[in-house]
Design a protein around this ligand. Structure first.
Ligand code: GL7
Length: 798
């Protein structure tokens, strides 16, 4: 946008005066942040306001991304960058003597998501606006975001994240006039009407008022502003009499109170099902109303509307869309179904069995009586359609209702025209294994869309030093055209350049070290290798394998204090789902091993272990630029894609990885010499499953290193963690090590030795790092979303 620094300073002062009746030099950082955010909203209000009107008026097909999670983190810098005024504002703040980073830090992290899945949804919002595509988000305005993690005595403690405070979210705008009603519970009777259709009659339903809050999604320097709509629940005025006690009211308010804190697993809680229906129903009602403003026939709605089901949580979009078309607008089943399938598309984000949503029929019927009828009908019609054409077993396996459960993935696949996985390997596994039965029926529905990241956030915003260095070498165009990063390859043998990148990394390490010193009191040596594993804590992600290796190093140094190794700092950040016992035990043990190692002077600082509490997007922005090694060590076949792996590579960290998820594509991008791969591949893992021949105890008994490392958990070396140590020992030895840590252990140790060796060769290491940066452009979410736009939604973009 066109704006001079002087004008901005005037606008900003005005805003501060008006909002807080305060002069700039007397204002607090929070006031400055809020005023700046208000000013940004003012700057974008016109394009934001016009966006939907324009789309409706010009009959432009629009995609709606339905997701139960959106995890944007902080939005101030991204918004300024996308408006094209980040530098200008930083500069202006210097002129008026305000520390810009303090203002940035006054913003709370918007954490309406658990991890990769939610972060991806937020990234796609940015990318949709950036490629100028008409794509809007639809989700829930949780009062409490993902819990805040504190570590007390080594244990995870969860604290509520009351991110809205008393004044709400500064980026949002409440739209009460766009509220809609959503019905749950009660009984539904169907009466035949004159046209021979059935009309539902609701007896004693609970009526909810869904109120939207809109958040602008600003495209990167292109004048486009899309919308993310988050729904909050209220009690409708007409129903007030029913809710006299605080407790009664709370039952309703609870619906949008909390984000379920489970990542890659789910609990069959009725409140969650209500959340899913609530956001889906409110979103679809609004979409259909908007569509009708075009004056077109409802049976052609698929020509102007695409709805994306991000994982199965919004899968109720299929029967709800049917319900609205039939019950509210009188469309006949066949036409409604024809549109529904063309409108809906679905992304699968995991193959873990425990994450596949299945709702108990009785619970489902009680909460969503009308939707239950429709799902039943979809199921019977599906069986009718495919019977005789496919073996009975395949039909049985793909039905929506089976064993008194509603299978949400099946509903999403049958009710949509597209199913995609999130990395090549993941999609291959869906096709060949997890969803193979469906693949036989609908091969044309399957496609891959490898995840991507907002490269701008993970370079320009979180790593300004590296970004400036890149500018010096290849100019600034890469900031808007990420594929130009490839031009960095020219410098791959330029020792001066390599040294400069090395120094940039070191500066970022010092910054992180200062944070660690301040918050944890642990001193880190910036010349050590910063070896980082930050992600949700999950057995399949194998933080425990990392810890086994740390314990091995501990014993190596104890045995041989003169051991020649590059000092190593292991950094962890990880939240565990509050009910996930094993994960919490791993956190406790990481912290106790950290205590052991960091307080043992005989290790002479060769080894340090840091667990950084409350890992979130904001912390990631500090950690990732400071990382040398990116740990992506999941059991092959388990991590659908991963996205932090992409963020690390683009910041010049070397990926230490199994051949899992998008790691494989990172390897393709950088070449075998610029990544360190270890462990079993997916075929080898599957082979064990088939043959049932894995024997962890044998490895434990026969390999003296493994034996010693595993025994460390139970022999009293690690203090204050007897029961957790025993639990881990049991998981590995008595329960046969479900994720094959012991089988991959040696290969991992060797890979780590290799890392140690190449790190000594500063030039070689820096070449690897630069190669990673140069080839990271292909993981831009802008490109990913372009493929969604073209191949799934059929919407236009720039
Ligand atoms: C996830 C996958 O585990 C992760 O590998 C992937 O990158 C992400 C986005 O596609 O989706 N699936 C899932 O259920 N969660 C994820 O983060 C919570």
């Amino acid at each position: 946008m066109e704006l001079t620094k002087e004008q901005f300073i005037r606008d900003f002062k005005d805003q501060l005066h008006r909002d807080f009746i305060v002069k700039i030099n007397e204002s607090t950082d929070e006031e400055r942040f809020l005023a700046l955010a208000h000013l940004i909203k003012k700057y974008i209000s016109t394009p934001w306001l016009e966006r939907r009107h324009d789309l409706v008026e010009e009959d432009v097909k629009t995609a709606y991304y339905f997701s139960i999670e959106f995890l944007p983190g902080r939005m101030l810098e991204t918004n300024l960058l996308n408006l094209g005024i980040l530098d200008l504002v930083e500069d202006a703040f210097k002129d008026v003597d305000v520390d810009f980073s303090d203002v940035v830090n006054a913003e709370k992290d918007m954490a309406l998501g658990n991890g990769g899945l939610g972060r991806l949804a937020a990234a796609f919002m940015d990318s949709l606006a950036t490629i100028g595509a008409p794509g809007f988000g639809n989700g829930i305005r949780y009062k409490y975001g993902l819990f805040k993690q504190k570590i007390v005595d080594g244990y995870q403690i969860e604290l509520p994240d009351a991110w809205l405070g008393t004044d709400g979210n500064v980026w949002e705008t409440k739209k009460p006039h766009s509220a809609v009603e959503v019905k749950i519970y009660g009984k539904v009777y169907l009466y035949p009407n004159k046209e021979g259709n059935f009309e539902p009659f609701y007896e004693d339903p609970t009526i909810l008022r869904a109120v939207p809050y809109d958040i602008a999604q600003i495209g990167f320097q292109n004048g486009v502003v899309n919308n993310l709509r988050l729904w909050d629940v209220e009690i409708p005025e007409s129903e007030e009499d029913k809710y006299r006690t605080i407790e009664d009211r709370r039952k309703i308010e609870d619906i949008t109170n909390i984000l379920y804190p489970d990542d890659s697993s789910y609990e069959g809680k009725s409140l969650r099902l209500i959340q899913e229906y609530f956001m889906v129903s409110a979103g679809l009602q609004t979409i259909i109303k908007n569509y009708l403003k075009t004056g077109k026939d409802l049976k052609d709605i698929h020509e102007l509307v695409a709805v994306h089901i991000n994982d199965t949580h919004p899968a109720l979009a299929v029967p709800e869309f049917m319900r609205i078309l039939m019950d509210d607008y009188g469309v006949v089943w066949e036409d409604a179904w024809n549109s529904t399938v063309k409108v809906m598309s679905y992304t699968n984000h995991t193959i873990l069995a425990e994450a596949l949503e299945k709702w108990d029929c009785n619970l489902f019927k009680e909460i969503l009586p009308r939707i239950y009828q429709i799902v039943n009908e979809i199921d019977s019609r599906y069986v009718e359609e495919v019977s005789g054409k496919f073996p009975g077993k395949i039909i049985e396996n793909t039905r929506i209702i089976r064993n008194e459960k509603i299978h949400m993935a099946n509903l999403s696949i049958i009710g949509g025209h597209s199913v995609n996985g999130v990395a090549k390997l993941h999609t291959d596994l869906l096709i060949s294994d997890v969803l193979n039965d469906f693949y036989q029926i609908y091969p044309e529905k399957f496609n891959n869309k490898t995840n991507g990241i907002i490269v701008r956030r993970w370079s320009q915003i979180s790593n300004p030093l590296m970004s400036d260095e890149i500018d010096k070498l290849i100019g600034k165009e890469w900031r808007s055209d990420i594929h130009q990063l490839k031009n960095l390859e020219k410098f791959i043998t330029d020792e001066k350049v390599l040294n400069e990148f090395y120094e940039v990394k070191k500066e970022n390490k010092k910054k992180l070290a200062a944070y660690v010193k301040e918050t944890q009191g642990i001193e880190l040596n910036p010349d050590a290798i910063f070896d980082v594993q930050v992600k949700r804590l999950h057995a399949y992600k194998r933080q425990l394998l990392n810890l086994l290796h740390i314990i091995k190093l501990y014993w190596d140094i104890k045995d041989n204090p003169d051991i020649d190794m590059v000092p190593r700092v292991f950094i962890f950040g990880a939240k565990a789902a509050p009910g996930y016992r094993f994960a919490k035990s791993v956190i406790k043990l990481i912290n106790e091993v950290a205590n052991l190692v960091n307080n043992d002077e005989s290790l002479q600082d060769k080894l340090k272990v840091v667990f950084l509490p409350n890992y979130n997007v904001t912390l990631a922005e500090l950690i990732i630029p400071a990382s040398d090694v990116s740990e992506q060590i999941s059991t092959a076949g388990k991590e659908a894609s991963g996205t932090s792996n992409m963020k690390f590579m683009m910041n010049g960290a070397i990926t230490l990885a199994t051949l899992d998820g998008a790691n494989i594509e990172i390897k393709d991008a950088v070449g075998d010499d610029n990544i360190v791969i270890f462990g079993m591949n997916t075929d080898e893992v599957y082979d064990h499953y088939e043959k049932h021949d894995y024997n962890a105890r044998k490895l434990y008994e026969e390999n003296p290193t493994i034996n010693r490392v595993v025994n460390t958990f139970i022999d009293g070396t690690i203090l204050n963690s007897q029961s957790e140590g025993q639990e881990i020992y049991d998981a590995l030895i008595r329960h046969n090590d479900e994720y094959f840590l012991l089988e991959d252990f040696e290969s991992y140790v060797n890979a780590q030795k290799y890392i140690n060796d190449i790190y000594r060769d500063k030039i070689r290491w820096s070449q690897m790092a630069l190669n990673n940066i140069a080839n990271s452009g292909r993981f831009s979410a802008d490109d990913t979303i372009r493929l969604y736009a073209e191949e799934i939604w059929n919407i236009k973009h720039n």
